[in-house]
Design a protein around this ligand. Structure first.
Ligand code: SF4
Ligand code: SF4
Ligand code: SF4
Length: 512
């Protein structure tokens, strides 16, 4: 047996074991991309760098054998920086969108490509469940949203954007709008002041997460500007009432006819565990309640919406005036994270922000690649104020180019890039290569997302694929592909799913 120290902790390990293994035994997770438990080390990504405490030298822990008396540091500023630089170099050649540009542009961050796939395959209830994770009011927003997502849609460079807003409306209209049961009440009460889009959304997500949400509004009925400022042909009252009712049904309490001044606001703060201000523009009144204000509204942290008053958050038009109801609805979702963090005695930080690889506009040469899995037909237009039929919705959803990455949930490159705050642009050149996509068996292969970790090469060799994957070319031009100009289908004849699951990025991913 060998004895060594990992971050000062004594470890005893079998002779011949790697330092990575010793760290694992010490309960320390050292990041690695090219290491694979089944295939061993390859030492190409250099993410597993650690430091020899005796001489300060950095070395890759996956290929270094543990020796008697060794003392290893797995994390400090220098190691962090080395790993960050390693990731930035990998990202400089990495061409892919983690999230579709439509999702990035949506102020509520709705998972649009996945919604489109679910609609295209007729899974309407699943589509509603997905939409309601981000948008509390899909039937309403499907009618009134100016759809910034459609402005960012890649399909626009080809013909016209996918009709995302009408698809969301279809999902809302098609179902009973009540796909989730709330968690049991946890004993904490949150007051939401204002029953417009922001307040309704905040109350919905708070209640779903086990908080008793009580909405106060000076009007007798909830809805705010949705009830007063919109033409009935644009937003019929029965749709508004049905969707608001779906929020009250999960246990949210509404108290109308309630006016606030400095005294009643203070009383609410004392009675409730937290308060969310979602009043719209009633700036002069709110100033007297006590939160610090700036020229346009209440001053609050941009991510957490925390105001200068502890436990008090502000969202929607009380922060700054905007006609975009979807922004208010998105903030309603996000503030629920902050309130939950505050009530768990954490510093409120809001919804976690994840790393997002992004390459910009599609090149003309890429249209045919993206059309490989979507319908080339023109956009399905309908008469003003009308929605899609089932057939129309499915056909329109099939126009989506699926610009998001299929491996977003399992991509180690994305996870580590987030963890190490990697900047994708730091080493990136101005010109980029053209994206290609290969569909074979149940997988997609996108070479420009490959980090050349060699896992697929080693795995196809181990499982004796006839052709397998191989390193092709030399130096900087080396690529991963199938030798003898064979197809990806032939290269991964027996092992496609196994290899896709082992790939640490979305270069090889399962299609569904
Ligand atoms: S491979 Fe990973 S980092 Fe790249 S686009 Fe896909 S999820 Fe994002
Ligand atoms: S084509 Fe689909 S995935 Fe791509 S941006 Fe448009 S809606 Fe989003
Ligand atoms: S395609 Fe192969 S070499 Fe490229 S990242 Fe995936 S497993 Fe690694």
């Amino acid at each position: 047996m060998i004895h060594l120290k990992i971050n000062g902790q004594d470890i005893e390990i079998k002779e011949g074991s790697s330092v990575l293994k010793a760290a694992d035994m010490a309960g320390v997770k050292v990041p690695a991309l090219c290491f694979n438990e089944e295939l061993g080390h390859f030492t190409s990504c250099m993410l597993c760098l650690v430091k020899d405490a005796n001489n300060g030298r950095l070395f890759p822990s996956c290929s270094m054998t543990s020796t008697e008396g060794m003392s290893v540091i797995t994390d400090d500023d220098e190691i962090f920086e080395a790993r960050q630089t390693g990731l930035e170099l990998l990202l400089s050649e990495h061409i892919g969108d983690c999230e579709g540009p439509c999702q990035v542009a949506c102020p509520a961050h709705m998972e649009i490509p996945q919604m489109n796939r679910l609609i295209a395959s007729g899974k309407f209830t699943e589509a509603l469940k997905l939409v309601k994770r981000d948008i509390a009011l899909p039937a309403i927003l499907g009618r009134i949203c100016p759809a910034p997502c459609e402005g960012a849609c890649h399909r626009k460079s080809l013909d016209t954007s996918v009709s995302i807003c009408l698809l969301k409306r279809f999902v809302g209209d098609e179902n009973d709008l009540h796909p989730y049961d709330p968690l049991p009440l946890n004993g904490k009460k949150v007051a939401v002041i204002g029953a417009g889009p922001a307040g309704l959304a905040a109350a919905y997500y708070l209640q779903l997460n086990g908080f008793q949400a009580v909405i106060f509004d000076k009007k007798d009925k909830p809805g705010g500007m949705l009830r007063t400022d919109l033409k009935p042909e644009l937003l019929p009252l029965d749709i508004l009432d049905k969707e608001i009712d779906s929020i009250l049904k999960i246990g949210v309490v509404f108290e109308g006819g309630k006016h606030f001044d400095a005294l009643t606001f203070q009383a609410i703060r004392e009675e409730y565990d937290s308060v969310v201000i979602a009043t719209g523009i009633h700036f002069d009144e709110i100033k007297k309640w006590g939160p610090t204000t700036v020229a346009k509204g209440i001053e609050a942290d941009l991510h957490s919406y925390a105001t200068s008053l502890p436990g008090v958050f502000a969202i929607g038009n009380s922060l700054r005036p905007s006609r975009l109801a979807v922004r208010s609805v998105g903030q309603g979702k996000e503030v629920a994270y902050s309130v939950a963090q505050y009530l768990a005695c954490e510093v409120p930080k809001g919804e976690p922000r994840l790393f997002n690889s992004h390459f910009g506009k599609l090149l003309k040469s890429e249209f045919s690649e993206y059309l490989k899995e979507s319908d080339g037909k023109e956009r399905i237009n309908v008469e003003k104020y009308k929605g899609y039929t089932e057939e129309e919705a499915m056909a329109e959803a099939r126009r989506c180019l699926h610009c998001d990455c299929r491996d977003i949930e399992n991509c180690k490159l994305k996870d580590f890039s987030g963890l190490y705050h990697a900047n994708q642009r730091r080493f990136m050149g101005t010109e980029r290569k053209s994206i290609t996509k290969y569909f074979a068996h149940r997988i997609v292969y996108e070479p420009l997302k490959c980090i050349k970790c060699g896992i697929c090469v080693r795995m196809t060799s181990k499982y004796q694929e006839k052709f397998g994957f191989s390193f092709i070319g030399r130096g900087f031009d080396v690529v991963i592909g199938v030798p003898f100009n064979e197809t990806v289908e032939a290269g991964l004849a027996e092992t496609s799913e196994k290899v896709a699951k082992a790939c640490p990025t979305g270069a090889l991913s399962l299609k569904d």
